[in-house]
Design a protein around this ligand. Structure first.
Ligand code: BES
Ligand code: ZN
Ligand code: ZN
Length: 487
Protein backbone atom coordinates (compact mmCIF):
# COMPACT_ATOMS: atom_id res chain seq x y z
CA UNK A 1 0.00 0.00 0.00
CA UNK A 2 1.51 3.34 -0.96
CA UNK A 3 0.51 6.81 0.17
CA UNK A 4 0.63 10.15 -1.57
CA UNK A 5 0.07 13.51 0.04
CA UNK A 6 -1.33 16.25 -2.17
CA UNK A 7 -2.34 19.89 -1.84
CA UNK A 8 -5.23 19.31 -4.26
CA UNK A 9 -8.72 19.42 -2.74
CA UNK A 10 -10.37 16.00 -2.54
CA UNK A 11 -12.73 16.64 -5.48
CA UNK A 12 -9.78 17.28 -7.81
CA UNK A 13 -8.04 13.98 -7.04
CA UNK A 14 -8.78 11.07 -9.34
CA UNK A 15 -9.18 7.72 -7.63
CA UNK A 16 -11.49 4.70 -7.64
CA UNK A 17 -13.32 5.68 -4.46
CA UNK A 18 -13.50 8.39 -1.81
CA UNK A 19 -13.53 7.60 1.92
CA UNK A 20 -15.37 10.08 4.12
CA UNK A 21 -15.10 9.89 7.88
CA UNK A 22 -18.27 11.21 9.51
CA UNK A 23 -17.22 12.57 12.88
CA UNK A 24 -19.51 12.77 15.91
CA UNK A 25 -22.63 11.83 13.88
CA UNK A 26 -22.32 15.10 11.97
CA UNK A 27 -24.07 13.99 8.79
CA UNK A 28 -24.60 17.66 7.91
CA UNK A 29 -20.88 18.29 7.43
CA UNK A 30 -19.79 19.69 4.05
CA UNK A 31 -17.94 16.42 3.33
CA UNK A 32 -21.23 14.49 3.34
CA UNK A 33 -22.61 14.81 -0.19
CA UNK A 34 -25.06 11.91 -0.10
CA UNK A 35 -27.32 12.90 2.77
CA UNK A 36 -30.48 11.40 1.24
CA UNK A 37 -28.88 8.13 0.20
CA UNK A 38 -27.29 7.70 3.60
CA UNK A 39 -30.62 8.26 5.27
CA UNK A 40 -32.20 5.66 2.99
CA UNK A 41 -29.47 3.20 3.83
CA UNK A 42 -30.05 3.79 7.55
CA UNK A 43 -26.51 5.02 8.13
CA UNK A 44 -26.24 6.83 11.47
CA UNK A 45 -22.45 7.26 11.55
CA UNK A 46 -21.86 5.34 14.77
CA UNK A 47 -18.22 4.57 15.52
CA UNK A 48 -16.87 2.11 12.89
CA UNK A 49 -20.21 1.85 11.07
CA UNK A 50 -19.63 1.84 7.32
CA UNK A 51 -21.83 2.56 4.31
CA UNK A 52 -20.59 1.84 0.81
CA UNK A 53 -22.36 3.67 -2.02
CA UNK A 54 -21.03 1.96 -5.16
CA UNK A 55 -23.13 4.20 -7.43
CA UNK A 56 -21.33 7.25 -6.08
CA UNK A 57 -17.99 5.54 -5.48
CA UNK A 58 -18.02 6.81 -1.94
CA UNK A 59 -17.55 4.99 1.36
CA UNK A 60 -18.72 6.59 4.59
CA UNK A 61 -17.48 5.54 8.01
CA UNK A 62 -18.42 6.84 11.45
CA UNK A 63 -16.00 8.10 14.12
CA UNK A 64 -17.15 9.11 17.60
CA UNK A 65 -14.73 12.04 17.74
CA UNK A 66 -11.51 13.42 16.28
CA UNK A 67 -9.48 11.60 18.94
CA UNK A 68 -6.72 9.39 17.53
CA UNK A 69 -8.27 6.13 18.72
CA UNK A 70 -11.62 6.94 17.09
CA UNK A 71 -10.05 7.91 13.77
CA UNK A 72 -7.65 4.92 13.82
CA UNK A 73 -10.38 2.31 14.17
CA UNK A 74 -12.65 4.19 11.72
CA UNK A 75 -9.92 4.08 9.07
CA UNK A 76 -9.36 0.39 9.82
CA UNK A 77 -13.09 -0.30 9.43
CA UNK A 78 -13.18 1.62 6.14
CA UNK A 79 -10.36 -0.36 4.62
CA UNK A 80 -11.89 -3.63 5.84
CA UNK A 81 -15.20 -2.68 4.21
CA UNK A 82 -13.40 -2.50 0.86
CA UNK A 83 -12.19 -6.09 1.09
CA UNK A 84 -13.73 -8.12 -1.69
CA UNK A 85 -14.39 -5.02 -3.82
CA UNK A 86 -12.41 -3.94 -6.86
CA UNK A 87 -11.43 -0.53 -5.56
CA UNK A 88 -7.67 -0.22 -5.95
CA UNK A 89 -7.16 3.43 -5.10
CA UNK A 90 -8.81 5.66 -2.53
CA UNK A 91 -8.76 9.35 -1.71
CA UNK A 92 -9.39 10.87 1.68
CA UNK A 93 -9.23 14.29 3.37
CA UNK A 94 -7.01 15.16 6.33
CA UNK A 95 -8.52 14.97 9.80
CA UNK A 96 -6.76 16.69 12.67
CA UNK A 97 -7.79 17.38 16.22
CA UNK A 98 -7.60 21.20 16.22
CA UNK A 99 -4.55 21.03 13.98
CA UNK A 100 -2.80 18.30 15.97
CA UNK A 101 -1.37 15.78 13.51
CA UNK A 102 -1.69 12.78 15.89
CA UNK A 103 -5.01 12.20 14.19
CA UNK A 104 -3.45 12.10 10.72
CA UNK A 105 -0.92 9.59 12.02
CA UNK A 106 -3.74 7.52 13.49
CA UNK A 107 -5.64 7.49 10.20
CA UNK A 108 -2.64 6.22 8.23
CA UNK A 109 -1.94 3.60 10.92
CA UNK A 110 -5.60 2.58 10.79
CA UNK A 111 -5.50 1.99 7.04
CA UNK A 112 -2.34 -0.15 7.18
CA UNK A 113 -3.23 -2.05 10.36
CA UNK A 114 -6.82 -2.61 9.22
CA UNK A 115 -5.77 -3.93 5.81
CA UNK A 116 -3.62 -6.62 7.43
CA UNK A 117 -4.58 -10.24 7.08
CA UNK A 118 -2.49 -13.34 7.64
CA UNK A 119 -2.95 -15.70 4.73
CA UNK A 120 0.31 -17.66 4.58
CA UNK A 121 -1.54 -20.94 5.09
CA UNK A 122 -4.60 -20.21 2.93
CA UNK A 123 -4.69 -21.75 -0.55
CA UNK A 124 -6.92 -18.91 -1.76
CA UNK A 125 -5.61 -15.47 -0.80
CA UNK A 126 -8.02 -12.58 -0.40
CA UNK A 127 -5.60 -9.69 0.04
CA UNK A 128 -6.99 -6.19 0.46
CA UNK A 129 -7.45 -4.68 -3.02
CA UNK A 130 -6.41 -1.13 -2.10
CA UNK A 131 -2.93 -0.35 -3.35
CA UNK A 132 -2.88 3.43 -3.43
CA UNK A 133 -4.14 6.08 -0.99
CA UNK A 134 -4.14 9.78 -1.86
CA UNK A 135 -4.41 12.04 1.16
CA UNK A 136 -5.55 15.57 0.46
CA UNK A 137 -4.40 18.42 2.68
CA UNK A 138 -8.00 19.63 2.65
CA UNK A 139 -8.78 19.49 6.35
CA UNK A 140 -11.99 18.49 8.10
CA UNK A 141 -12.28 21.78 10.05
CA UNK A 142 -10.85 23.84 7.18
CA UNK A 143 -7.56 24.35 8.99
CA UNK A 144 -4.43 24.83 6.93
CA UNK A 145 -1.87 22.08 7.45
CA UNK A 146 1.85 22.37 6.78
CA UNK A 147 2.66 19.97 3.97
CA UNK A 148 6.14 19.13 5.20
CA UNK A 149 4.94 18.36 8.70
CA UNK A 150 2.08 16.26 7.37
CA UNK A 151 4.38 14.37 5.07
CA UNK A 152 6.81 13.59 7.92
CA UNK A 153 3.93 12.40 10.10
CA UNK A 154 2.63 10.14 7.34
CA UNK A 155 6.05 8.66 6.75
CA UNK A 156 6.45 7.82 10.45
CA UNK A 157 2.96 6.32 10.61
CA UNK A 158 3.78 4.01 7.72
CA UNK A 159 7.01 2.83 9.36
CA UNK A 160 5.26 2.11 12.65
CA UNK A 161 2.27 0.33 11.14
CA UNK A 162 4.47 -1.73 8.82
CA UNK A 163 6.66 -2.71 11.79
CA UNK A 164 3.53 -3.74 13.71
CA UNK A 165 2.45 -5.93 10.78
CA UNK A 166 5.97 -7.37 10.62
CA UNK A 167 5.60 -8.42 14.28
CA UNK A 168 2.12 -9.83 13.60
CA UNK A 169 3.49 -12.01 10.79
CA UNK A 170 6.20 -13.50 13.00
CA UNK A 171 3.77 -14.26 15.84
CA UNK A 172 1.15 -15.79 13.52
CA UNK A 173 3.68 -18.13 11.93
CA UNK A 174 3.29 -21.70 13.18
CA UNK A 175 5.79 -23.25 15.63
CA UNK A 176 6.91 -25.71 12.99
CA UNK A 177 7.83 -22.84 10.67
CA UNK A 178 9.12 -20.40 13.27
CA UNK A 179 11.48 -21.88 15.86
CA UNK A 180 14.48 -20.20 17.54
CA UNK A 181 16.83 -20.65 14.59
CA UNK A 182 14.22 -19.09 12.30
CA UNK A 183 13.66 -16.19 14.72
CA UNK A 184 17.40 -15.53 14.54
CA UNK A 185 17.46 -15.59 10.76
CA UNK A 186 14.47 -13.24 10.57
CA UNK A 187 16.36 -10.89 12.90
CA UNK A 188 19.50 -11.14 10.78
CA UNK A 189 17.59 -10.44 7.57
CA UNK A 190 15.79 -7.49 9.10
CA UNK A 191 19.06 -6.12 10.50
CA UNK A 192 20.68 -6.30 7.08
CA UNK A 193 17.75 -4.44 5.51
CA UNK A 194 17.67 -1.68 8.09
CA UNK A 195 21.32 -1.17 9.05
CA UNK A 196 21.07 -2.64 12.57
CA UNK A 197 23.79 -4.89 13.87
CA UNK A 198 22.77 -8.38 14.91
CA UNK A 199 24.60 -10.86 17.07
CA UNK A 200 23.24 -14.36 17.64
CA UNK A 201 24.31 -16.58 20.54
CA UNK A 202 24.09 -20.34 19.96
CA UNK A 203 24.13 -23.04 22.70
CA UNK A 204 27.93 -23.07 22.93
CA UNK A 205 28.04 -19.33 23.63
CA UNK A 206 25.02 -19.58 25.91
CA UNK A 207 26.87 -22.14 28.02
CA UNK A 208 29.92 -19.91 28.08
CA UNK A 209 27.70 -17.07 29.31
CA UNK A 210 26.33 -19.37 32.04
CA UNK A 211 22.75 -19.06 30.84
CA UNK A 212 21.91 -22.46 32.31
CA UNK A 213 18.35 -21.56 33.19
CA UNK A 214 17.48 -20.65 29.63
CA UNK A 215 19.29 -23.77 28.41
CA UNK A 216 17.33 -25.97 30.83
CA UNK A 217 13.99 -24.74 29.46
CA UNK A 218 15.22 -25.40 25.91
CA UNK A 219 16.65 -28.86 26.63
CA UNK A 220 13.78 -31.14 25.56
CA UNK A 221 13.22 -29.44 22.22
CA UNK A 222 14.78 -30.59 18.97
CA UNK A 223 15.10 -26.90 18.15
CA UNK A 224 18.14 -25.39 19.84
CA UNK A 225 17.79 -22.01 21.57
CA UNK A 226 19.17 -18.68 20.41
CA UNK A 227 19.70 -15.35 22.12
CA UNK A 228 19.51 -12.49 19.65
CA UNK A 229 21.04 -9.05 20.21
CA UNK A 230 20.03 -6.25 17.81
CA UNK A 231 21.67 -2.82 18.08
CA UNK A 232 20.76 0.64 16.82
CA UNK A 233 23.64 2.97 17.64
CA UNK A 234 23.31 6.42 16.06
CA UNK A 235 26.15 8.92 16.46
CA UNK A 236 25.84 11.26 19.43
CA UNK A 237 22.92 9.43 21.06
CA UNK A 238 22.28 10.84 24.54
CA UNK A 239 20.14 8.07 25.95
CA UNK A 240 20.41 4.30 25.92
CA UNK A 241 17.37 2.01 25.98
CA UNK A 242 17.45 -1.78 26.37
CA UNK A 243 14.55 -3.98 25.33
CA UNK A 244 14.22 -7.64 26.26
CA UNK A 245 11.61 -9.99 24.79
CA UNK A 246 10.28 -13.42 25.71
CA UNK A 247 10.56 -15.50 22.56
CA UNK A 248 8.99 -18.86 23.38
CA UNK A 249 8.37 -20.14 19.87
CA UNK A 250 6.15 -22.74 21.50
CA UNK A 251 5.05 -23.24 25.08
CA UNK A 252 3.64 -26.73 25.63
CA UNK A 253 4.07 -26.18 29.37
CA UNK A 254 6.88 -28.76 29.50
CA UNK A 255 6.41 -31.68 31.94
CA UNK A 256 3.82 -29.56 33.77
CA UNK A 257 1.98 -30.00 30.48
CA UNK A 258 -0.75 -27.56 29.55
CA UNK A 259 -4.29 -28.94 29.20
CA UNK A 260 -5.23 -29.32 25.49
CA UNK A 261 -7.45 -26.23 25.38
CA UNK A 262 -4.78 -24.03 26.90
CA UNK A 263 -2.01 -25.21 24.59
CA UNK A 264 -3.75 -23.95 21.45
CA UNK A 265 -2.47 -20.44 20.56
CA UNK A 266 0.83 -20.97 22.40
CA UNK A 267 2.69 -20.15 19.19
CA UNK A 268 1.92 -16.64 20.44
CA UNK A 269 4.34 -17.06 23.34
CA UNK A 270 7.01 -15.47 21.14
CA UNK A 271 5.06 -12.19 21.02
CA UNK A 272 7.42 -10.31 23.36
CA UNK A 273 10.49 -11.21 21.30
CA UNK A 274 8.61 -10.51 18.07
CA UNK A 275 7.56 -7.09 19.41
CA UNK A 276 11.20 -6.30 20.18
CA UNK A 277 12.06 -7.14 16.55
CA UNK A 278 9.29 -4.85 15.24
CA UNK A 279 10.35 -2.03 17.55
CA UNK A 280 13.98 -2.32 16.44
CA UNK A 281 12.90 -2.26 12.79
CA UNK A 282 10.88 0.93 13.28
CA UNK A 283 13.57 2.66 15.36
CA UNK A 284 16.17 1.92 12.67
CA UNK A 285 13.94 3.09 9.83
CA UNK A 286 13.06 6.29 11.68
CA UNK A 287 16.71 6.65 12.62
CA UNK A 288 15.78 7.95 16.07
CA UNK A 289 18.70 9.60 17.92
CA UNK A 290 18.57 7.13 20.83
CA UNK A 291 20.81 4.08 21.25
CA UNK A 292 18.52 1.06 21.43
CA UNK A 293 19.41 -2.57 22.13
CA UNK A 294 16.98 -5.42 21.61
CA UNK A 295 17.58 -8.82 23.22
CA UNK A 296 15.40 -11.82 22.46
CA UNK A 297 15.49 -15.14 24.30
CA UNK A 298 14.25 -17.60 21.66
CA UNK A 299 13.43 -21.03 23.10
CA UNK A 300 10.91 -23.85 22.66
CA UNK A 301 9.42 -25.40 25.83
CA UNK A 302 8.75 -29.08 25.16
CA UNK A 303 8.52 -32.48 26.85
CA UNK A 304 10.86 -35.46 26.55
CA UNK A 305 13.36 -37.63 28.40
CA UNK A 306 15.71 -34.71 28.59
CA UNK A 307 13.17 -32.21 29.90
CA UNK A 308 13.83 -30.05 32.97
CA UNK A 309 11.58 -31.03 35.86
CA UNK A 310 9.54 -29.79 38.76
CA UNK A 311 11.91 -30.33 41.75
CA UNK A 312 15.01 -29.27 39.79
CA UNK A 313 17.05 -26.38 41.14
CA UNK A 314 18.56 -24.21 38.40
CA UNK A 315 21.31 -21.63 38.68
CA UNK A 316 20.66 -18.40 36.80
CA UNK A 317 23.35 -16.34 35.10
CA UNK A 318 23.60 -14.00 38.10
CA UNK A 319 24.21 -16.96 40.43
CA UNK A 320 20.77 -17.03 42.05
CA UNK A 321 19.29 -20.50 42.54
CA UNK A 322 15.72 -21.20 41.45
CA UNK A 323 13.51 -24.01 42.70
CA UNK A 324 11.36 -25.31 39.84
CA UNK A 325 7.87 -26.28 40.91
CA UNK A 326 6.16 -25.81 37.56
CA UNK A 327 7.83 -26.07 34.15
CA UNK A 328 5.04 -24.00 32.61
CA UNK A 329 6.36 -20.92 34.40
CA UNK A 330 9.22 -20.99 31.88
CA UNK A 331 9.04 -17.45 30.51
CA UNK A 332 10.42 -15.93 33.69
CA UNK A 333 13.33 -18.41 33.56
CA UNK A 334 14.24 -17.51 29.99
CA UNK A 335 13.85 -13.82 30.82
CA UNK A 336 15.95 -14.11 34.00
CA UNK A 337 19.01 -15.15 32.01
CA UNK A 338 18.29 -12.87 29.06
CA UNK A 339 17.81 -9.88 31.39
CA UNK A 340 21.11 -10.69 33.16
CA UNK A 341 22.90 -10.98 29.83
CA UNK A 342 21.38 -7.72 28.52
CA UNK A 343 22.47 -5.83 31.65
CA UNK A 344 25.96 -7.27 31.46
CA UNK A 345 26.30 -6.15 27.83
CA UNK A 346 24.68 -2.70 28.08
CA UNK A 347 24.32 -0.13 30.85
CA UNK A 348 21.14 1.67 29.92
CA UNK A 349 18.94 4.57 31.01
CA UNK A 350 15.79 2.51 30.54
CA UNK A 351 15.24 -1.24 30.54
CA UNK A 352 11.94 -2.67 29.32
CA UNK A 353 10.90 -6.27 28.95
CA UNK A 354 7.95 -7.58 26.96
CA UNK A 355 6.43 -10.97 27.63
CA UNK A 356 3.29 -13.03 27.33
CA UNK A 357 4.16 -14.00 30.87
CA UNK A 358 0.98 -14.93 32.74
CA UNK A 359 -2.58 -16.05 32.20
CA UNK A 360 -3.20 -14.22 35.48
CA UNK A 361 -2.61 -10.89 33.75
CA UNK A 362 -5.36 -11.70 31.25
CA UNK A 363 -7.69 -12.72 34.10
CA UNK A 364 -6.87 -9.49 35.94
CA UNK A 365 -7.16 -6.85 33.23
CA UNK A 366 -8.79 -8.59 30.28
CA UNK A 367 -7.73 -9.41 26.79
CA UNK A 368 -7.01 -5.94 25.48
CA UNK A 369 -4.75 -4.43 28.11
CA UNK A 370 -1.09 -4.91 29.04
CA UNK A 371 0.03 -5.00 32.68
CA UNK A 372 2.93 -2.71 33.53
CA UNK A 373 5.12 -3.51 36.53
CA UNK A 374 8.41 -2.42 38.07
CA UNK A 375 9.98 -0.65 41.02
CA UNK A 376 9.80 2.87 39.66
CA UNK A 377 6.48 4.67 39.66
CA UNK A 378 7.91 7.15 37.17
CA UNK A 379 8.92 4.51 34.62
CA UNK A 380 5.61 2.65 35.02
CA UNK A 381 3.66 5.85 34.45
CA UNK A 382 5.75 6.72 31.42
CA UNK A 383 4.86 3.37 29.83
CA UNK A 384 1.15 3.67 30.64
CA UNK A 385 1.03 7.23 29.31
CA UNK A 386 2.84 6.51 26.05
CA UNK A 387 0.74 3.38 25.50
CA UNK A 388 -2.31 5.60 25.56
CA UNK A 389 -0.74 8.12 23.19
CA UNK A 390 0.14 5.30 20.82
CA UNK A 391 -3.34 3.75 20.82
CA UNK A 392 -2.56 0.79 23.07
CA UNK A 393 -4.14 -0.06 26.42
CA UNK A 394 -1.89 -0.55 29.45
CA UNK A 395 -2.35 -0.31 33.17
CA UNK A 396 0.04 -0.36 36.13
CA UNK A 397 -0.01 -3.31 38.54
CA UNK A 398 1.75 -2.37 41.77
CA UNK A 399 4.15 -4.67 43.58
CA UNK A 400 3.71 -5.24 47.31
CA UNK A 401 5.86 -6.94 49.95
CA UNK A 402 3.16 -9.47 50.94
CA UNK A 403 3.00 -11.03 47.49
CA UNK A 404 6.79 -10.97 47.35
CA UNK A 405 6.88 -13.46 50.26
CA UNK A 406 4.88 -15.98 48.23
CA UNK A 407 7.77 -16.71 45.85
CA UNK A 408 10.18 -17.65 48.66
CA UNK A 409 11.70 -21.11 48.47
CA UNK A 410 12.62 -23.43 51.36
CA UNK A 411 15.47 -24.97 49.41
CA UNK A 412 16.72 -22.35 46.95
CA UNK A 413 17.00 -18.55 46.68
CA UNK A 414 13.63 -18.23 45.01
CA UNK A 415 10.82 -20.37 43.61
CA UNK A 416 9.57 -20.12 40.02
CA UNK A 417 5.92 -20.09 41.13
CA UNK A 418 4.01 -18.47 43.92
CA UNK A 419 2.40 -20.41 46.80
CA UNK A 420 -0.90 -18.64 46.25
CA UNK A 421 -3.20 -18.90 43.27
CA UNK A 422 -3.90 -15.15 43.26
CA UNK A 423 -1.87 -12.20 42.01
CA UNK A 424 0.08 -14.26 39.48
CA UNK A 425 0.94 -11.38 37.16
CA UNK A 426 2.52 -9.43 40.01
CA UNK A 427 4.41 -12.36 41.52
CA UNK A 428 5.85 -13.13 38.07
CA UNK A 429 6.97 -9.48 37.83
CA UNK A 430 8.50 -9.70 41.30
CA UNK A 431 10.34 -12.85 40.27
CA UNK A 432 11.88 -10.93 37.33
CA UNK A 433 12.88 -8.07 39.60
CA UNK A 434 15.28 -10.51 41.33
CA UNK A 435 17.29 -10.49 38.12
CA UNK A 436 17.52 -6.74 37.72
CA UNK A 437 20.78 -5.39 39.12
CA UNK A 438 21.05 -2.40 41.49
CA UNK A 439 21.99 0.00 38.67
CA UNK A 440 18.88 -0.80 36.68
CA UNK A 441 16.34 -1.19 39.50
CA UNK A 442 14.70 2.18 38.97
CA UNK A 443 15.10 2.12 35.21
CA UNK A 444 13.16 -1.04 34.52
CA UNK A 445 9.57 -1.84 33.62
CA UNK A 446 8.08 -5.24 32.83
CA UNK A 447 5.22 -5.26 30.35
CA UNK A 448 3.01 -8.35 30.44
CA UNK A 449 1.34 -8.50 27.01
CA UNK A 450 -0.33 -11.92 27.51
CA UNK A 451 -3.77 -10.34 26.94
CA UNK A 452 -3.47 -8.13 23.87
CA UNK A 453 -0.66 -9.91 22.00
CA UNK A 454 -2.94 -12.58 20.57
CA UNK A 455 -6.73 -12.48 20.55
CA UNK A 456 -8.89 -14.93 18.63
CA UNK A 457 -11.25 -12.29 17.30
CA UNK A 458 -10.85 -8.94 15.56
CA UNK A 459 -10.92 -5.88 17.85
CA UNK A 460 -10.45 -2.22 16.93
CA UNK A 461 -7.72 -1.99 14.33
CA UNK A 462 -6.50 -5.47 15.24
CA UNK A 463 -7.26 -8.66 13.33
CA UNK A 464 -7.91 -12.17 14.60
CA UNK A 465 -4.62 -13.49 16.01
CA UNK A 466 -1.49 -11.45 16.60
CA UNK A 467 -1.88 -7.71 17.21
CA UNK A 468 1.73 -6.57 17.43
CA UNK A 469 1.10 -5.30 20.98
CA UNK A 470 4.03 -3.35 22.38
CA UNK A 471 5.36 -2.05 19.07
CA UNK A 472 3.42 1.19 18.80
CA UNK A 473 3.70 1.74 22.55
CA UNK A 474 7.49 1.49 22.67
CA UNK A 475 8.22 3.36 19.45
CA UNK A 476 6.13 6.23 20.80
CA UNK A 477 7.97 6.13 24.12
CA UNK A 478 11.37 6.19 22.44
CA UNK A 479 10.21 9.04 20.16
CA UNK A 480 9.25 10.89 23.35
CA UNK A 481 12.73 10.35 24.84
CA UNK A 482 14.25 11.67 21.60
CA UNK A 483 12.03 14.79 21.73
CA UNK A 484 13.03 15.45 25.33
CA UNK A 485 16.69 15.33 24.30
CA UNK A 486 16.10 17.87 21.54
CA UNK A 487 14.50 20.37 23.94
N1 BES B 1 2.91 -18.41 28.23
C1 BES B 1 2.21 -18.60 29.44
C2 BES B 1 1.30 -17.43 29.82
C3 BES B 1 0.13 -17.15 28.91
C4 BES B 1 -1.12 -17.65 29.20
C5 BES B 1 0.27 -16.33 27.82
C6 BES B 1 -2.20 -17.36 28.40
C7 BES B 1 -0.79 -16.05 26.99
C8 BES B 1 -2.04 -16.55 27.29
C9 BES B 1 3.19 -18.81 30.59
O1 BES B 1 4.38 -19.40 30.27
C10 BES B 1 2.50 -19.69 31.59
O2 BES B 1 2.20 -20.79 31.24
N2 BES B 1 2.27 -19.17 32.78
C11 BES B 1 1.61 -19.89 33.80
C12 BES B 1 2.29 -19.59 35.09
C13 BES B 1 1.89 -20.49 36.22
C14 BES B 1 2.37 -21.90 35.97
C15 BES B 1 2.48 -19.94 37.49
C16 BES B 1 0.16 -19.43 33.84
O3 BES B 1 -0.11 -18.26 33.57
O4 BES B 1 -0.73 -20.26 34.09
ZN1 ZN C 1 4.29 -21.55 30.27
ZN1 ZN D 1 5.03 -19.12 28.28
Amino acid sequence: MNFELTALPVTDISSDIEVIIVVNNDTKHRFVQDKKLLKKAGFSAEQDETCLLPGQDRLYVGAGSLASTAIRTAAASAIKALKGTQYKSIKVATYTNKGCTYTLRAMIEGFILGAYSFETYKSKKSKNPVKHISVSLEEYSELSIDIEKASAVMHKAQIIADATNFTRDIVNTTPDDCYPEVMASIAEGMAEDTGLTCKVLKPKELRKEKMETLLAVARASRHKPRVIHLTHKPKGAKKVVTLVGKGLTYDSGGLSLKPADYMVTMKSDKSGGSAVMGIMKAIAEMNLPIEVHGFIGAVENMIGGDAYKPDDVLVAKNGKTIEIRNTDAEGRLVLADTLCYAQQEVKSDYLFDFATLTGACVVGVGHYTSGVMGNSEEVRSLVVKEAKNAGELATALDFNPYLKKTIKSEIADICNISNTRYGGAITAGQFLSEFIDEDHKDKWAHIDIAGPAFVEHAWGENPHGASGAGVRLMVKLIEKLAENEEK
